[in-house]
Structures are given as structure tokens and as C-alpha cells.
Design a protein around this ligand. Sequence first.
Ligand code: MN
Length: 716
Amino acid sequence: MISANDLIALVRNYNPKTNEQLIEAAYNFGGLMHQGQFRHSGEPYFTHPVAVAAILTEQQLDDATIVTALLHDTIEDTKASYSMIFEQFGEDIAKLVDGVTKLTNLQLSSVETKQAENFRKLFMAMSKDMRVILVKLSDRLHNMRTIKSMRPEKQVQKARETMDIFAPLAGRMGMQSMREELEDLAFKVLNPEGRNSIIRRFITMQRETGDVIERITGDMRHELEKTLIDADVFGRAKKPYSIWRKMQEKEQSFSRLSDIYGFRILTTTEEDCYRALGAIHQRWRAVPGRFKDYISQPKSNGYRSIHTTVSGRDGKRVEVQIRTRQMHDVAETGVAAHWSYRDGVRSQNPFAVDPAKWIAQLTEQFDGDDDHEDFLEAVKLEMYSDQVFCFTPKGEVVKLPRGATPIDFAYAIHTRIGSACVGAKVDAMRVPLWTRLKNGQSVEIIIAEGQTPQATWLDIAVTGKAKSAIRKALREADRERFITLGRELARAAFAHVGKKATDKALATAAKHLRLDSADEVLARLGSAELAGREVVQTIYPDLTPKKGKEVDARSAVIGLLPGQSFQRATCCEPLPGERIVGITFRGEGVVVHAIDCARMVEYEDQPDRWLDLHWHDGSHPAVYGTTLDLTIGNDSGVLGRICTLIGEAQANISNLQFVDRKPDFYRLLIYVELRDAQHLHKLMGALEADNDVAAIQRYRGTARDDVAAVPSAQAV
Ligand code: MN
């Protein structure tokens, strides 16, 4: 095992000002906590955190990251707690260790490949500090390097996760060498035959062609020396997995050198990159369509390099990457370069990407960028700062927008689940349906047969999918209710003129009104889009209710000055027979309020606007709209009876609005047209007598908004 001093020496190599006491303290703390624990290989457990820390020294990371690596399994696997680490190592490190613990606790085992993308996003969404992911990736790398001692099934499971989640995650963060090693270690477990066949073929080729790398790098060095460019040339064989993947993609066996070997030219200055490119292109023929300049157009993760493929005399193709050494550091370690040290100071690599800026930048629009992959990447990343990822009880990830509730979760799984939802458990605890879900929570939806979506859910749900499904269900429920209601309204309207609302009569009315069906006529009647008397008139245009001599509605109010016209206030809806008062507006308009209207206080200090009025004492037509507030048992039959009662009382229903729908009762506002106060009292008496009417009162809104949902009284 690497000793504390050896580890400190590794750090001191790149960061002479390292806090040695801190690293030593973490080393001792971790060693103590993990004492008596062993790995599958039989080694002391603490060898693992130390190895992870050593891997991170290769990326030249800061002290906090190294210390986090030493402590990364303590909260999860030992008696150490967050507060202990907080006290001894400070908040920064405690948060980092806690972040790694949270990622470790995610149940990845049931991950299906199609869910992998969501998991990768979840990782990033959960890690406010990207050093958490750097530690997690190194943790996985060490576990993969030592995977041999695990049970075979476990090996396959870990390898699958590595291939699906960790390796692409490393790639996304620009850590190419990490990605390649993770992929290759996983490949070794998942497809040893495939890997061996590639290695065998490789050895055969090497035997046939000799040391290709040495020959080609030698040629390139020679060309660059001729033009006096200061550059290093490296050649390397690609990892078996990346060769394998290319073969799969192109469906060809590997024979091209460019598929197997890669060459790099590292220069000191950017200018030398282009000079080197010129030298290479002068000596060898450039293959069309294979040139990319990521120096003038860097990738969003900070990657800068020139890529080209050239073919030699023998027609063999070779891939070449040209970049400066600083660019190379970023290409190898990606966003980790931001935290890296060189010679005791933050490396200040001008090409390193500030992870915070990196994410922010990705959320900006890519204009005219032809790098389609980067664009897609940007779109994906943009989404996950405002997303949450939750789990089903089976461990599937469900992606939701931030602020989503269990209702959204339920609809995201299936509309059927959403509609039948009656409750939810989050992390096994029963929670209200309006609870906002958080990253990583596991959500169980409790369903019950016969449950239907509630109108109040519209305020709780945030996803379009849930909202539109709820609206659709409410509309369907409303339609049935409206048809029932419409049937009663039709019966009352026809009875009013001594006729019957037969199916045939309604079908005829539908035809006259150009509606699809009798049901459509009823639904519109029920929803007050159509008035009962309109339907009657389409069939019996000559029949109108018999009327005695009634007071003209325009002159129903006595006491107006010449030229004044009046309007009934929508707040109190005064009826003939009630004590009223007028409030003038600009001399001409008068709004008639009930004398006890709550809004009269607003005019207390303006006595000159008050006008003494009273109703004509003749008999009035039933045109004065009044709102009734009813609470009734939840049974469609009740609504029908209410409509009949209203019809029998010779009042028209002109609108109906559900205010609240509870499983056991409805509250609704019914807008009826009445003759006078006496008419109202008779009607309310009749309704009150019905067993299923739990409560009835005249509705008098006090605020304008309150009555806005109800059509305002017509100017009469
Ligand atoms: Mn670990």
C-alpha cells in the first residue's frame, strides 16, 4: 500500500505548497475508520481509497480532491459521519465526501441501457461540484482495475455500468484517457473473445508490417526537423475497444492503419500547430473530408486540436492530431484541468475550462455551429439544470422538470396510473400530492380503481402531459354531466311552452342548429352555451311564453335623472323589490347596488355620487341575473332535479360553474334569471327543501375578480 509519505510525495511533485498535514490527517482518519475491513482480494480495504487518491494525483488535482478520495467511502461504509468530517476537515471537504456518498448510493444495478443517458444526467445534476464526479470516476477506475477478485456476475454488472454510464461520463467531461481505460477494462469483462481477437489480429499485423509506429513517427520527426518546428511526435496503438467500436460502426474488418494507430504532434505554440500541419500535408496527401480544426473552433469541453488523415506512398492512411502541449493537457484531463496544479500553483492553463462557465456556456445557443454533436450535447445539458430524476420502485429513472410533483411522475409512467392516482410515497414515506420531487428520490404511486382526475390537480401538475390528460378527463366528465343537466333544462324549457322535449324534437333541433347530435344539443344546453328557449324556438318559432303586462326593463328603476341610464352592479346583483342605491359615474351612467352591498364603503366619502333610487313596483320579467351558491351531494341525479326545480319555478339557468369537486360533494355556482326578490326566495325555498342540497346561499362576490367568472349582468 502507498504510504502517507509516498502519497504526499506524489502531490508535492506537482504542488510543492500542498497542505501535508491535511493529507496526512485524512490518511490517518481513513485508515482508522476502515481498520478491520477487507476487499474481495483480501487486501486491507484502505488500499482502495489510497489508490483512488493516487489516480487523482495523476490528474494533478487540488488537496481537497485528494483528501475527498481518501475519505470517499467513510460515510457510506464506516462509523464516520458527515459532522465528524465537517469538524475535522471543514465544510468544503465534507460536502465533497457527501456528494460522492450520494452517487454511491444510487441503485444502478437495474439500469437498462436506454436509461443510461438519464443516469449520466442525474450524476451531473446531483453533483454541484464536479470534483465529486472526478473522485467517483477514479473510484470506478480503480474498482475496474481490480475487478478480477469479484464474483463473475458482479463483474458483468459493474462492467455494464462502466460502459453505459461512467465511460461516456468521462468522455463528456473531456477526460479521454479516463474514458478509454474504463471502456477497455469493461470490454475485457463483457466481451473477452472480441477483445482477444483484436489483440491477436494486431500482433499478426505487427509481425507483417514491422514496427509501424516507430517508422511513421520517425518520418514525421524528420519532416518537422526540416522545417525547424519544435515539436514532439508520438504514435500509439488505439485501445482494443475503440478499434472494436469502429469495426462495428463501419461493419468492416480492421485493416486500415488509421483505424488502429493514432499519431500526435505536440508543439509549444499555436502557430507551430499550423506550420506542422503544412509540413505534414506537403509531405503526405491529405484525405478529403477528414480535416477538422478544433483550434479555431474548440469543442465546448475545452478540447482543442487539429485533426487530419493523410495517406502515404503505399496508400496507407494515418490519423494525425496536432496541438500545443497545454491543449493536450486539457484534451487528456478535460474539466479536471481546471483544478490541476503545476509547480505549486493552479496551472492556469489558458485552455482549461471553468466547469461552471462550461455548463453556462453550453446552455447558450450554438449559432451556425456545424458541430451537430456538440449542439445536441448543449441541448441535453441545458435541460438538466432544470430537471429532476426520480426512480420507480423497480429502479427505472423518470425524468421530470424541476418542480414536478407525484402527479407528474404518475402521468409520466402512464396516463392510466396518473388518472387512478390517490396518493404517493416518496422514499417510502407517504407525502401529499403537491410535494415537489427532488433528485434521486424513489417514488411509489398509490392507485385506486374508480378514482378520476381532480380539477385541483391542474394547479399541482407542472408537466404538459399531466395537465392535458387531466383536462381531457375533466372535459369528458363534464360532458356527461352537461348532457344530464341539458336534458333537464330542455325538459323545463319545452314544458314552459306546453311541449315535450322528446328525442325526436331534440334531433330536429340539432339539425336546425347544425349540431352533430341531440347529445350535442344537450351538452351545450348543460354548459350554458345554448339557452333553453333558443332550442324551443328553433322548433316552435311562434310559441313564446305568455306574458302579462310587465315593466319594461329599461325603466325598471325610478329616481334617475333625465339622460341617465343604469346598470345592475355585478357584485351584489340587486333584484326588484330590494332596497337599492345608485352610484353615478361621470354624470351619465348609474350603477345600481343593493343598499347593503359590501362595496358601498368605497363610496362613503363621496356623497355627491349617491342617488336615491327604488324599483318600479309593477311586475317584472324574469331577466335579472342572480348567482346561487349550491353545495350538493355528488350524484348526477341531484343536478337534474335542481334544474327541474329551477325550470318549474319559471326561472332560466344561463350559466353553471363548478367551483369545487370533492369525491363526496360538489360546490357550484348557478346563474339564474329571476323576476324579483320574492321569486328568489321562492326558488331558494324549493331548492333548500331537496334532500341532496347540503347548502344554498345567494352568492355575492365582493371583489370584481370574484364575479368575473360569472357573466356580468346585462345592461338593461
Ligand atoms: Mn470506493
